[in-house]
Design a binder for this molecule. Structure first.
Ligand code: PLP
Length: 437
């Protein structure tokens, strides 16, 4: 029997369907209680970069659990110290100090507060606004959602959201030569809002599901960072999805020759084992607080606690020891070469991404790039048909104009084999044949 609402007492994420019960998971495979197996080509929600069921990660969590709860207000402990150190070793010298939290949304909000406190301590009290982009996704809590360019997530909650300036995100598929793709729209937004009110610019260096693994022009962040510096605006890189090796470098900003002032991490940081995110702050920011009030005016019960930090520590050590970030980079070529086969389908308008992060965009017409009518629910239909075929992909809709735009994301574990990539592509082809009929 598959549990479903209202018989099960779980308030499910969907109340209009049932969920299969997971029995076990290993590597890129999840098995349900009936014995059916699924190839997890999206790491759940682009999270399980190290794959499922890694024993040593589970053991590390169990060991930290024996320490019980340790409050970050009273003590430090080895898991948080060693995790910050392991991260510092792969981070640039100017970006070294990590504040640990639970979800990506929390970390985004914390980064926004940190930027604000920095300016207040610097005597620039007028600076509070954060410029974000459309499309984008920074989380589902209220400020993170206010910053997100994802209309269908925001619609019902409009009255609860705060107003922040938003600019178009670069779109190298539909508008490669536009001001948005060159970053010039940022300068205009800063001027329009008065630079003395702007605290930060937040962006996902390689855009996650909200734009289907969109990789901006190579000079985009150098240009936007130069604009930010000129107007005393901090650059917050939201790498909750694209960070921690997913694009073939430890951090996606490395592809663009820039270093953010504040970095936000989540998802792949924790191996999918515990809710762990991080805000990594630049030295000039932490120093400003250290010399000023002496503390960051923020606190959450579970920040810096042992079990969540142990998840991050075991994950980062595993990634380093197994050379998985390098492996992710090496797999980019075979991954995208195989995915190119999908272009044989008329509905596939674009296949893009970096490392082991890919977006496959569906269109009505490849020449005009006209998006699918939303009433077709194409991305959702592909996702459920793929699931029935034993393949897990992640859908996204609305990136073109807030309503239209259909794509699926692929983000397999870094240890995915070429054989598994062939299987992923084969199952996706079979699914597209069925759905396009
Ligand atoms: N930022 C980005 C880029 C994300 O992709 C997400 C989640 O998908 C978040 C923030 C929010 O993270 P969480 O769902 O852990 O709150």
């Amino acid at each position: 029997m598959t549990p479903s609402y209202p018989d099960s007492k779980v308030f499910y994420r969907r109340l209009d369907r049932d969920f299969r019960l997971v029995a076990s998971a290993a590597g890129a495979t999840i098995v349900d209680e009936s014995g059916r197996s699924y190839l997890d080509a999206s790491g759940g929600a682009m999270v399980a970069s190290v794959g499922h069921g890694v024993e040593e990660l589970a053991d590390a969590l169990a060991e930290a659990a024996r320490l019980g709860f340790v409050s970050g207000a009273q003590f430090t402990h080895r898991y948080v110290e060693e995790l910050a150190q392991e991260l510092a070793e792969v981070l640039p010298e100017s970006l070294q100090h990590s504040y640990f939290l639970a979800s990506g949304s929390e970390a985004v909000e914390t980064a926004v507060k940190l930027a604000r406190q920095y300016w207040v301590e610097k005597g620039r009290e007028g600076k509070w606004k954060v410029i974000s982009r459309v499309p984008s996704y920074h989380g589902n809590t209220l400020t993170a959602l206010s910053l997100s360019g994802r209309e269908h997530y925001r619609k019902i909650f409009g009255p609860l959201l705060s107003e922040f300036p938003r600019i178009p995100a670069p779109d190298t598929y539909r508008h490669p030569g536009s001001d948005a793709s060159s970053g010039a729209v940022l300068e205009a937004a800063i001027q329009e809002n008065d630079p003395e009110t702007i605290s930060a610019f937040i962006a996902e260096p390689i855009i996650g599901s909200s734009a289907g693994a969109m990789v901006p022009r190579e000079d985009y962040y150098r240009r936007t960072q130069e604009i930010c510096r000129r107007h005393d605006v901090l650059f917050i890189a939201d790498e909750v999805l694209c960070g921690m090796g997913r694009t073939g470098r430890w951090f996606a900003f490395e592809h663009f020759g820039v270093i953010p002032d504040i970095l936000v991490l989540g998802k792949g940081l924790n191996g999918g084992l515990a809710p762990l995110s991080a805000v990594v702050a630049g030295r000039q920011i932490v120093d400003m607080l250290a010399r000023g009030s002496g503390y960051f005016n923020h606190a959450q019960t579970y920040s810096h606690t042992p079990v969540i930090c142990a998840a991050g520590l075991a994950t980062i050590r595993y990634l380093k020891r197994e050379g998985l970030v390098e492996r992710c980079a090496a797999m980019e070529k075979p991954f995208f070469e195989r995915l190119e086969a999908l272009r044989e389908f008329e509905v596939v308008g674009d296949v893009r991404g970096k490392g082991l992060l890919a977006g496959v965009e569906f269109v009505v017409d490849r020449t005009t790039k006209e998006p699918m009518p939303r009433s077709d629910r194409f991305a959702e239909r592909v996702t459920s048909a793929a699931f029935e075929n034993g393949l897990i992909v992640w859908p996204n809709v609305g990136h073109v104009d807030g309503i239209r735009g259909d794509l699926v994301m692929l983000a397999p574990p870094f240890a995915v084999t070429e054989k598994e990539i062939d299987l992923i592509v084969g199952l996706l082809e079979q699914t597209l044949e069925e759905v396009s009929e």
